[in-house]
Every structure is written in C-alpha cells, then in structure tokens.
Ligand binder design. Structure first.
Ligand code: ADP
Ligand code: ZN
Ligand code: ZN
Length: 837
C-alpha cells in the first residue's frame, strides 16, 4: 500500500458527522450541514457556526443537534466555520426555544433571533481584495481612472469594503466598477463576518521591567533631570501604582488632573513611551462598575417571617407559589431573603421585573445586598453590555440576575428560584415580533426544566394566577399589612358630574383634587397625579366643521404634542407640524379635545404656580438615563408634583408622597377589552399604593363621571377578593380566560379587500375543522389600519379541557399554508398570537 492509499484508508474509517443548525429564517425546521473532518473536535451543541444558505447567502446559526444521519433528499453542504470554543447557549435553552416555538406557533429561528443579544449575532460585510493571480505591475490590461484608484489602493491595503470604495471614489453606486474589475480577474469579492460584540479595552501604562531596580530607576531620573514634564509623570506614576510588583496604571487616569491638580502632558507621556521607559498595552475590562460584596443585613418582621415560612412550606408541595401581598407589605424584602438563601444553596436565581419597574431605585437597593454577584439585564443597556451579562451567566460570574422579560433567554444551567414580581403586568407579554411570549408563563416552563421553584408576586394578582391558586394548582401566601406604621390610604371619589353642575371644578380638576394638592404642598409633601395617556391632547378638531386630523398610514387620529407643536401618530411614529387652519373648511378655530399628560402638566403648573412640576411618560424618558434622573430628582425633593402615565405606578417607593390623584379612571374602565376592569383595578391599586408608605396615612383622589361603578367601589375598599369574585364570574359566564384559551389571528394586507378576503377564507377553512362556535370573526379591530397595512382579526376560543391544543394549532398552521398557495392571497400575512393580551 502506498503512503497515499494508506492515508485514504484511514480517513475512510473516520465517522462523518452532521449537525442540525438553527438559522434565523422563518422556516420551521433546523437545517442539516456536514462537518468537515478538521472541525470534528470543534462542533458542540450551542456553538455558533457560519454556513451557506441557498446559493448566495451566508448565515450564522447555532448548532442544535449533532448526529450521523445524512439528509435524505439533498446533499448536505459543509459548515464553513465554527465560531466558538465554548457553546454560547446550552441544551436546556435549545429545548426551551423549541418549546416556545411550538407553543407560540413560530419558528426556532425567530425565537433565536429574539433570544440572542444583538451583540452575539454577526454582521457580514462585502469586501474585495486583489485576485491572487493578478499582478498589477505586469499586467497589460487597460483600466479606467477609477479602476486604477481602486487597484492602487488595494496594493496598499489588504482589502476594501464596498463602503470604503464608495468613499474613495466619492460616488454612491460602485457596482459597475466592481463588476468590471471582477470580470477582468483583477479582484475577488468575499464576505467578512464579524461579531458585533466588542470587548471594552483600556490603555494601561507600566514602567518597563528593566528600570525597576533602584539603580536603574535613579539613572532614568538623572536622564530626566532637565525634562521636568516627563519627570513629573514618572513621579506621579511611582506614587500611584497600587503595588510595585503589579505596576500598571490606567493611561487616562495617569494624566488626569485628579492626581496632581493640573493635567500632566500627554505628549511627554508619549515621549516616555517612545524612549522605551514606559510601555503601553491594552487590557479587556468590564463595562460594569465594581461593587462591594459586603452583604447588608435584612431583618424580616414577624409577619414577613411567617409568610416566608409559608412560602417554603408551599414550595415543598408545589412548584409555583403566588404571593399576594398588598403594596408596601415588604414583598421585595421577602424576595431578597429567599434569594439570599438560594445563593447560599449554590443555585442560580432569576428575578424578573416588568420593564418600567426595573429602575435604579430597585437596582441600588439590591446592589447594597448582593454587590457584584448580581447581574442586571435591561433593554436600555447597550448591545455590548447585554453580551457581558450573557457571558457572565455562562462563566458563572453572575449567579443571580435581575432582569426584564428577555432575561428568560439567558444561558442558565442550574436555576433554583425564579421570582416574577408584579406577575399581573401586561408588559411581560411580547407583542411584536414573534415569539409573542409571556415571560411569566415561560418562567414556569423554565422552572420545570430546572426543577426550580417559581414565586409569583403581586398586590393585585392576575385573574389567571389567582384562579390557579384557588384551584390548588399554585400555593397561595398572603401579606395583608403594610410594613411598620404604613397604612393603606383613604380614598376620595370626586364626582365630576356633580362638580361641574355645582361649578366647583376648575376645568377638568375637581375641587377635591385641587384642595388636596394645596394641602400637600403646604405640608411640603409630594404628589403624584396619574393619567394613562401621553401627549397633549388625544386629538384636535375644527370648531367649525368638526374635522379631525388623522394619520395617513393608520386608522387613528393624531395626538397633539404641544411642546414640539406637532401632531403625532402613536402607532407608526408619523409626525407633522400643527396646522394653522382646518384642512377641510379653512377655519382657524382649532381646539384640543381631551387630556394627555402633557396638558395635565401644563394645567397643573398654571393652577399651582408655586409648585415644581415634572412629567414622566414615554416622551420624557426616551434617553438612557432620563428615567433615573426624574426618579432621583423626585426622591431628593426637587419635584413637588409628578405627573405621569403608568410609569409612575410601578414598584416605586417614596418617603414623602401622601397624595395620589387618579385623573380620569373612566377612560381606563371603558377601554374595549375583556381585561379592562382587571387592568383598571390593578393600575389604580398600584398607583394608590405609592401614597403613605411610611408613618403617615395617605390619600387618593379618584375623578370619575360615574360614581356607581362596582370596580370603583372595589378599588376604594381594597376589595381584591370581592373584585376577583365578581370578575371571575363574568369570565366564566362569557367564556373568557382563565376558563378558555384564546388564540388571536391577525391578517395584514396593504390592500383592504385582500385583507378581508384572506380573513374570510381563513375563517371558513378553520370553522370547518374546529366548529363555528370556536371561531369568532373575522372582524375589523378597533384600529383597522397600522403603517398602511389593513388589519382583520379572528379569535379562536378553546375550552381548556376538551380540546388538544396541539391539534388545533396544527389546523391553524395547515390552513395558513393552504391559503398561502393561493396566488391572490400570497401578499397577506397571517400572524398567530397565542394567549393574546
Ligand atoms: P412591596 O414590594 O410589597 O410594595 P417593599 O418591599 O417595597 O414593599 O417595602 C415597602 C417599604 O418598607 C420599603 O421601603 C422597604 O424598605 C420597607 N420594609 C419592608 N420590610 C422591611 C423590613 N423587614 N425591614 C426594613 N424595611 C422594610
Ligand atoms: Zn373645519
Ligand atoms: Zn400612523
């Protein structure tokens, strides 16, 4: 046997491996690729790979399975590259992602796309380089001026991106030039794939080791005798190195005035580096500040201790426990204590909070206790910061993470406890894009994957969770008193009809609210006024003909924003300047209708000129730190009256707030949705909970036009149990969750007729299979057009017990597939929303 034959024989005995890769494409399966032998040792489940998809596309995906079976119907392509030495996601996550894809009727790729932080995804860029067989100086080809520029630049640079070429030639379209150069075989095109995550680097300075001995150092000082600026740097360096055997300093820090009172010379430092006295190098540093791990004590009260015992007992029997504790009862303290125990036990902990509740306030409270052990995962973090938390969980640096809904995707491998605070919050549900998941519900799935205990907490539990607790599926623990001397507030209902008739009110402000605010200001106490609508006024209208400006792309009126003198669409972001005249009749008498937070802020400033008023809503908190700034200004007493949307209702804890105003409760109650009573009860109770959290009794003024509404009575008597009893009876009578399960179907098309036709056909198809009773619609939703797409809606209502959910989903998926074969309907999108909110 020749050497070569021998080699081949050995190779033949080697096993060929295949991997199934999850790719970010909306096709519901993994894709099989072949592993080249040189990568045999590199492929592991959860590592990212680069593969070719279709004839041209290069994609990154994650290895989901490794096996020995070649695909039956096609020849598998080779994977091009394995990007990670260590997996970035683990096998538990892959099975979670699959679970989510199945349950929420989307693809694994779509789940992965939302799960992975952007920084771990890859960007690819088209680049060119010289053709290996092309020699510019030997060539007798003719080149245009621009081609010459490109080629000559490529002689000096290894490669150029399309963007760089475009800049170089100062023209946008460079396609023909590139095509011509490729045709002449002078350049080749390639895709450069880069990870978006960039570690944070810091320049450090250190004295070269050869100068460390005393006599050498003296020699340097002699040399620098008549160079005072350089000498000063060396002196400050020596005074500030932490330890002599680890003598490095942050470069910026060395020059900064904090050491010396005046900045040292940057150019002198450069000279010292150039002369080999100092050396400069880079290190990778964390983007997060360092914190002490000195754990602060917490002491639970007797009531809280008892509740904790009950929770632990409940955990012995049940995987999920609901903690129903009134606002200010110390639920957070309880979580902290349970988290401490779990940390000692060595397991991982996830503490979920709704987006807007995850503020500096709660983070700094937790930081004092958990220090560096705690990671924070928040959507206001940069891509790079999120990757660092992700990697911190992988490496074990963070045993405990507090985060928003997307934190359920982090690579935990050993969770012991998941806390879902404010479990009733609708912001745990993702609307768009897919997966349309609910993080609270997923917490329970993850809990069972890890055999972890799940604690749901709320002052106003969701109907779903309370029902499960009543049924005995979840444990139930209650905290019914506030911490310390804190008492629940008194409620005052301001009857706006009576106020108006008796001419007591000033505009939309009741005399009760005005008097209460005046009293609070006199006592130097702070006030929160809540109105769940941002902008200045919901719409403007012509006083002559009734014309209302509407968005061209959505079926909604434009909201007036006074600060920018703009009309804005809250659905698509469209803006236009406020018109001076009516577009229909030309009249100049345009008036504003209704009250947004912006107008509320303005009117309050006019009514209480002595008060410092601040607004907190989506518009004033767009910047990364603006939310925190407002909160800390309020905490420090720099604001007297805080006006805001539901942002002011969540998890905030202020000492000096004893008055809360609920400006217009009717609007919330009459929102056309089966959950509107539940939401109103929750929001009002939560925002009321901000009043009187210390020793003083707080007061809540609620303005309404209908004082007889039962929900209102339940709110003012803190009658959660009564509210629940009424509401659950309603839900049962009308077949709504938790007695049924809903799947929303949304049909979108730019053509109104096609949207409607698709919805009708889809409805007919599934009615045939599921029965007409289970399918509601199609109907036009309240907002029937968004971003130029017309919408139609169907609701599938399923009895919880009798039907197999997966069979129903199968029917829906097949119906969609069938319809998409029809030529005219192809332009429609059909979207499923399981457990819609
Ligand atoms: P909840 O989350 O139920 O609304 P918090 O945990 O925010 O209540 O507690 C309300 C206030 O009471 C907070 O300022 C908290 O620091 C304080 N508090 C609650 N329990 C204790 C305790 N055991 N020791 C000290 N302070 C406590
Ligand atoms: Zn008009
Ligand atoms: Zn719009």
């Amino acid at each position: 046997m020749s050497q070569l034959e021998f080699q081949t024989a050995i190779e033949d005995t080697r096993q060929t491996w295949f991997v199934d890769v999850i790719l970010p494409v909306p096709i519901p399966k993994m894709f099989t690729y072949r592993v080249p032998h040189e990568m045999d040792d590199l492929v592991r489940i959860g590592c990212r790979v680069i593969v070719q998809f279709g004839s041209r596309k290069i994609l990154t995906g994650v290895i989901g399975r490794i096996h020995e079976n070649p695909p039956e119907k096609y020849e598998a392509k080779y994977i091009l590259e394995v990007l990670d030495d260590e997996p970035v996601i683990n096998e538990i996550q892959i099975s979670l992602f699959q679970w989510i894809a199945d349950y929420y009727m989307c693809t694994l790729g779509e789940v992965l796309n939302i799960a992975l932080p952007t920084g771990l995804k890859l960007s690819s860029e088209s680049k060119v380089q010289l053709h290996p067989h092309f020699d510019y100086y030997e060539s007798d080809l003719e080149f245009s001026d621009k081609e010459t520029i490109v080629l000559e630049t490529l002689l000096k640079n290894d490669s150029l991106s399309y963007g760089e070429i475009s800049k170089l030639l100062n023209q946008k379209s460079i396609y023909t030039i590139i095509k011509s150069l490729v045709y002449k075989e002078t350049i080749i095109i390639f895709e450069e794939v880069k990870e978006k995550y960039r570690p944070k680097k810091e320049s450090r300075i250190r004295l070269r080791p050869q100068w460390l001995p005393k006599n050498e150092l003296e020699r340097i000082f002699d040399e620098l005798a008549n160079k005072p600026k350089q000498e000063a740097i060396l002196l400050h360096y020596l005074q500030n190195v932490p330890v002599f055997n680890h003598p490095e300093l942050n470069k910026k820090g060395l020059i900064k005035s904090s050491f010396t009172g005046s900045d040292l010379s940057d150019s002198s430092l450069r000279t010292l580096i150039k002369n080999d006295i100092f050396e400069e190098f880079e290190v990778i540093v964390s983007r997060f500040d360092a914190y002490d791990n000195s754990l602060a004590e917490i002491n639970l009260t007797e009531t809280q201790l008892k509740a904790k015992e009950e929770i632990l007992t409940s955990f012995k029997e049940k995987d999920v426990t609901l903690l129903h504790g009134i606002t200010g009862s110390g639920k957070t303290e309880l979580y902290i204590s349970l988290i401490q125990d779990a940390l000692e036990g060595g397991s991982q902990i996830l503490y979920l909070l709704p987006e807007i509740a995850l503020t500096t306030q709660i983070v700094s409270r937790l930081r004092k206790i958990f220090g560096d052990k705690m990671g924070v995962y928040h959507s206001k973090f940069s891509d790079n910061e999120r990757v660092e938390v992700w990697k911190g969980v992988l490496s074990g640096r963070y045993q405990f993470v507090v985060g928003v809904r997307s934190a359920i995707f982090l690579p935990f491998d050993n969770l012991g406890l998941i806390v879902v605070d404010e479990e009733h919050e609708s912001s745990y549900k993702q609307y768009d894009p897919a997966p349309r998941y609910n993080a609270r519900d997923m917490a329970m799935v993850i809990g069972s994957q890890h055999h972890a205990k799940v604690l749901l907490g709320s002052a106003t539990p969701s109907m779903e969770s309370q029902y499960q607790a009543q049924q005995g599926k979840y444990g139930l623990v209650k905290l019914t008193t506030r911490f310390g001397a804190g008492q629940l507030p008194d409620f005052v209902v301001a009857d706006m009809i009576r106020e108006k008739n008796k001419k007591l009110s000033k505009g939309e402000f009741s005399s009760e609210l005005i008097n209460a605010i005046n009293q609070a200001l006199e006592k130097k106490e702070q006030v929160i006024v809540f109105q769940n609508r941002r902008g200045y006024s919901p719409y403007i209208t012509c006083g002559e003909c009734g014309w209302i400006p509407k968005c061209n792309s959505c079926a909604v009126s434009l909201t007036y924003h006074q600060y920018r003198k703009e009309l804005r669409c809250h659905y698509c972001g469209y803006k236009e300047p406020l018109p001076n005249t009516c577009e229909a009749c030309g009249a100049t008498h345009l008036k504003t209708i209704g009250f947004g937070t912006e107008k509320l802020e303005e009117e309050i400033s006019l009514l209480f000129p002595q008060a410092r008023v601040q607004r907190m809503d989506l518009d004033t908190t767009r910047k990364k730190r603006s939310y925190d700034t407002i909160i800390s200004d309020f905490e420090q007493g720099n604001i007297d009256i805080l006006v805001g949307t539901q942002m002011v209702s969540k998890g905030l804890d202020f000492d000096n707030v004893n008055l809360v105003g609920i400006f217009d409760i009717d609007r919330m109650l009459h929102f056309p949705d089966f959950r509107s009573f539940e939401r109103t009860f929750q929001l009002s109770t939560q925002v009321s909970g901000r009043a009187g959290r210390r020793d003083k009794k707080g007061k809540v003024v609620i303005q309404t036009r209908n004082t007889e509404q039962p929900v209102l009575k339940q709110i003012i008597t803190n009658g959660y149990d009564r509210f629940y009893a009424n509401e659950i009876a309603e839900r049962q009578a009308h077949h709504y969750p938790p007695f049924t399960r809903l799947i929303g179907v949304i049909v979108k098309n730019r053509d109104a007729k096609l949207a409607s036709l698709t919805a009708i056909k889809f409805g007919n198809l599934i009615k045939e299979k599921l029965g007409t009773k289970r399918v509601l619609g199609p109907e036009e939703p309240v907002i029937s057009k968004i971003r130029n797409e017309y919408l139609m809606e169907l609701i599938i209502k399923l009895e919880r017990s009798q039907v197999s959910l997966s069979k129903v989903k199968q029917v829906l998926l097949e119906a969609r597939l069938d319809l998409m074969q029809e030529k005219d309907l192809k332009s429609s999108k059909i979207i499923f929303d399981v457990d819609p909110y």
